[in-house]
Design a binder for this molecule. Structure first.
Ligand SMILES: Nc1nc2c(ncn2[C@@H]2O[C@H](COP(=O)(O)OP(=O)(O)O)[C@@H](O)[C@H]2O)c(=O)[nH]1
Ligand SMILES: [Mg+2]
Length: 470
């Protein structure tokens, strides 16, 4: 990011012709710029006020606008911020932005308002990631995962663990550096192993109750499977609402795997995004399918989140390679019910892809099954992006290593004392420098998650506890 003491300006609403547009100005000159843009100053902060915008006092008529001014700390960026709303005409927006630049602002870079919020300590890194993930979210699960980050759930747990490690490190460093201070009590090996072991448990617990971000954000795959000419490609087109797959009354017309994304209507406000797959090769007469095609179909079906099985009225059971191993992932349908008798079983949905009968029921069943079976954000569960997971693992490994170097007996963490006791049994003294080194690395890994800087924290902790310089 460029110089973050500049005053920046940008449109914060979508581009194009819109009913209202929002221009945001942030930085030391925000108050001055807004005062010079409006006919009268804003007297009360945080209140949307009607004013007139004066772009060019000589030629253009004053434009009625809504304007607002925020003073730190009660603002998003943590610095003086002004906002103006007016009808979203691209030419007008351009002229207002130009005028702000003339008055001393510069165009903001991507994400710069949020960057400033972080610089001013209003957001940490995970909360910034949460805001980015909220903007990018395409379904309820992603929104829920993003919310846990945005609301600081991950940083709270991580900061709590980091505080414990900081505390231990402060004790260890005090033991190394300040042994001549009479009120400094260095930590013993057993005590360190015990406390570090408890913190390690917390860290492992966090890792265990987390899900991979990808599992939440991945678009579920739905495969259409059935005998040749049962109507898979016709159904594929009908569900997409457009012609995508070639259909033909002769078997063997679909040559490729076709994958298309579509939205499933849900009961919630956000539709569910899915991938619909029409499989290659399955339109050959089933007995003629070679092993390779069968294996391919089996793999696609096994990896799918949901399989829609088209079952004919007069055929026997479908061959095994078309049936997924788990019943939970199957929706059975009877296709072409204008041509063949409908199924009597309530678990089979009767569909006619040509006139649309049964399609709403099928869509509803798909959304329900995927909603229930897909990854959900249970209470207290955290979705971790790969960098979070890697940093947590690194922090845990370093912490475990610190216990080994201390050589103390940790009763709360089973694997550690075995190794640790060996050191003690062998009469090797605790390697305090190495303990401190590993604790510091653990802390660095935790700090990299939230962007929290640690050295000052440690010094602060040492000073506050041991009254150095008294
Ligand atoms: N009458 C009727 N014909 C259908 C229906 N669905 C598909 N077909 C026809 O059945 C034939 C095979 O359909 P297709 O979608 O290519 O089957 P696929 O081999 O399973 O992909 C085509 O001639 C379609 O027009 C339906 O619901 N009713
Ligand atoms: Mg086909």
């Amino acid at each position: 990011m460029s110089n973050w003491t500049d005053t920046i300006v940008a449109r914060s609403s979508p581009p194009g012709h819109t009913t209202r547009t929002l221009i945001r100005i942030s930085g030391p000159k925000a108050e001055d710029i807004i005062a010079r843009l409006l006919d009268h100053p804003i007297t009360e902060p945080r209140r949307l006020t009607q004013r007139r915008l004066i772009l060019d006092p000589d030629s253009s008529p004053a434009l009625p606008v809504l304007a607002c001014f925020f003073e730190p700390p009660a603002c998003y960026t943590g610095e003086p911020t002004a906002e103006i709303q007016f009808p979203g005409n691209p030419e007008l927006v351009r002229r207002v932005l130009d005028r702000c630049v003339q008055l001393g602002a510069r165009p903001a870079e991507a994400g710069e308002f949020t960057f400033r919020a972080m610089i001013h300590g209003r957001l940490d890194l995970t909360e910034v990631e949460g805001i980015g993930a909220t903007i990018a979210a395409e379904n309820d699960a992603e929104l829920a995962a993003a919310a846990t980050l945005r609301q600081g759930a991950l940083s709270q747990v991580v900061n709590d663990i980091a505080d414990r490690v900081t505390h231990l490190l402060a004790l260890v460093e005090a033991g190394i550096d300040f042994t001549d201070q009479e009120d400094v009590t260095a930590i013993g090996p057993d005590e360190l192993a015990h406390s570090a072991g408890q913190t390690l448990e917390k860290l492992r617990e966090l890792i265990q109750r987390s899900v991979n971000w990808q599992a939440v954000t991945q678009v579920p795959a739905v495969v259409l499977a059935g005998p040749p000419s049962s109507g898979k490609s016709t159904l594929f087109n009908a569900l997409l609402g457009r012609e995508r797959s070639v259909t033909h009354h002769q078997p063997g017309t679909t040559r490729d795997v076709l994958v298309e994304e579509m939205n499933l209507p849900t009961r919630g406000p956000t539709p569910m995004r899915i991938q619909l797959i029409d499989m290659a090769g399955l339109d050959e007469p089933l007995l003629r399918l070679d092993r390779q095609v069968q294996e391919q179909a089996r793999t696609t079906i096994e990896q799918a989140d949901l399989v829609i099985l088209l079952e004919e009225a007069h055929d026997g059971p479908l061959p095994g390679f078309l049936i997924p191993s788990h019943e939970r992932r199957i929706i059975r349908i009877r296709p072409r019910i204008d041509q063949q008798p409908p199924a009597r079983s309530p678990s089979v949905i009767n569909v006619c892809a040509l006139d649309g009968r049964g399609l709403p029921e099928l869509l509803e069943a798909m959304a329900q099954r995927l909603g229930a079976g897909g990854p959900t954000m249970a209470q207290g569960m955290m979705a971790l992006q790969p960098r979070h997971a890697a940093a947590l693992q690194q922090a845990a490994d370093r912490l475990a290593q610190s216990i080994v170097h201390a050589g103390g007996a940790d009763r709360s963490s089973p694997p550690a004392p075995r190794v640790a006791n060996r050191r003690k049994d062998a009469g090797i003294a605790p390697a305090w420098e190495l303990v401190a080194f590993e604790l510091r690395r653990s802390l660095d890994a935790l700090g990299s998650i939230t962007g929290r800087v640690t050295p000052d924290d440690i010094i602060g902790e040492i000073f506050s506890r041991f009254c150095i310089g008294k």
